[in-house]
Write a protein that binds this ligand. Structure first.
Ligand SMILES: [Zn+2]
Length: 369
């Protein structure tokens, strides 16, 4: 006897029929058509699209902060996202509290630990280099190894002030001490530090977020070509992440990069309370709408919010609809309706295809949105 049987869905990646059987917190059967199923609860998806639960690998959802904060469930399951990864809101001082207060959330919550011990208590958390301390950081990673999935380093001028890439160098050293594969996500923005000096330090275990921003210290050179150092990082396997945010996604940058083949590895929002309510982020599906409009296929977009972030952050039981994987599932429709999309620099585009999340399964439990 299954706990939950989802029937009559359409797989969003290959557009084939899909049915899923769930027992407890796990997917135990997946097929075009499951025969002879007995389940405590059966839901007819009526040909809605189905994907593995969406994973947003750049969010800010430690509710006790004042700058970037949110309720993980507002960024999460209520908008179709079954897993949120907080991107460095907390450091070794406060990450245990963050862990404790997120245990009763519906949404799966993971965190990258900020290289600065206070997390983002203020915008310049890395301006005072005495806050970069390896010992308590490594201790926190060890104590909370099922929660802390990476290290976050914000490498832009307002954050590091005069410390340049020094915090990133410390993070790379810690990564090496941990065996080399523990992911580092680096945020980029205004200089100094120069984008080149940040990118040159990264390799295939690292994620760079806010890549498609419209700032002067971006991936484009003065002639609006992709800079050589950006191509070099991309070809080295550095994972380029969207990290839309309030200031960090520009349609022109994205269109140019996409045309050249500099395609994001993963799609994320950099969502927090204010840019969720006032825009331009609003939610994950709006960011996905933008990717669709810019030319990515639905299958590509879905993989970049499921398999890709699961791979980046070693979430080995998430990101796919396969037996043995966690029963995290997003059910949604593609609606034909006019919608204006706005980037972080007030550029707008109109779309007529809108992704509308309808329901989710999170660790085996079904929730209508
Ligand atoms: Zn962020």
């Amino acid at each position: 006897m299954l706990d939950l049987y989802l029937k009559n869905g359409i797989n969003a990646i290959n557009e084939e029929p899909i049915e899923i059987g769930i027992l407890g917190k796990k997917i135990i059967a997946v097929s075009n058509k499951l025969e002879g199923i007995q389940a405590k609860n059966t839901i007819d998806l009526e040909k809605s699209l189905v994907s593995a639960g969406w994973i947003d690998d750049h969010t800010h959802c430690y509710e006790k902060l004042t700058l970037y904060y949110d309720d993980p469930d507002e960024d999460g399951y209520k908008s179709g996202v079954t897993t949120v990864i907080d991107a460095g809101s907390t450091g070794s001082d406060n990450i245990e509290d963050f862990y404790n207060i997120t245990r009763n959330k519906v949404t799966n919550v993971f965190a990258m630990i900020n290289i600065g011990k206070t997390g983002i208590l203020a915008q310049n958390e890395l301006g005072d280099f005495s806050k970069v301390q390896s010992v308590p950081l490594k201790k926190a990673i060890c104590n909370l190894k099922d929660f802390i999935v990476g290290i976050k380093v914000r490498e832009s001028h307002s954050v590091v002030i005069n410390n340049g890439v020094k915090p990133l160098i410390v993070a790379k050293k810690i990564q090496k001490e941990l065996g080399g594969q523990f992911p580092i996500m680096t945020h980029v923005g205004a200089n100094p530090p120069e984008l080149k000096s940040v990118m040159d330090l990264l390799d295939e275990n690292d994620i760079i977020t806010h890549v498609y921003n419209g700032k002067p210290n971006g991936i484009l050179d003065k002639e609006h070509n992709i800079s050589t150092f950006a191509w070099e990082a991309y070809r080295r396997g550095v994972k380029f992440d969207v990290g839309h945010g309030t200031d960090s996604f520009n349609f022109n940058t994205f269109d140019l990069a996409y045309k050249c083949g500099l395609i994001p590895y993963s799609i994320s929002t950099d969502i927090y309370n204010r840019n969720r309510i006032n825009g331009p982020v609003f939610n994950m599906s709006t960011t996905m709408d933008k990717m669709l409009l810019c030319g990515l296929s639905l299958g590509e977009v879905v993989k970049k919010v499921t398999e890709a972030p699961a791979n980046s952050f070693n979430l080995v039981t998430k990101g796919k609809l396969k037996p043995g994987y966690d029963a995290d599932i997003t059910i949604f429709d593609l609606e034909n309706k006019e919608k204006e999309l706005i980037d972080s620099n007030n550029n707008t585009k109109k779309t007529s295809t809108v992704i509308k999340p309808k329901s989710v399964v999170v660790m085996g439990k079904y929730y209508k949105i």
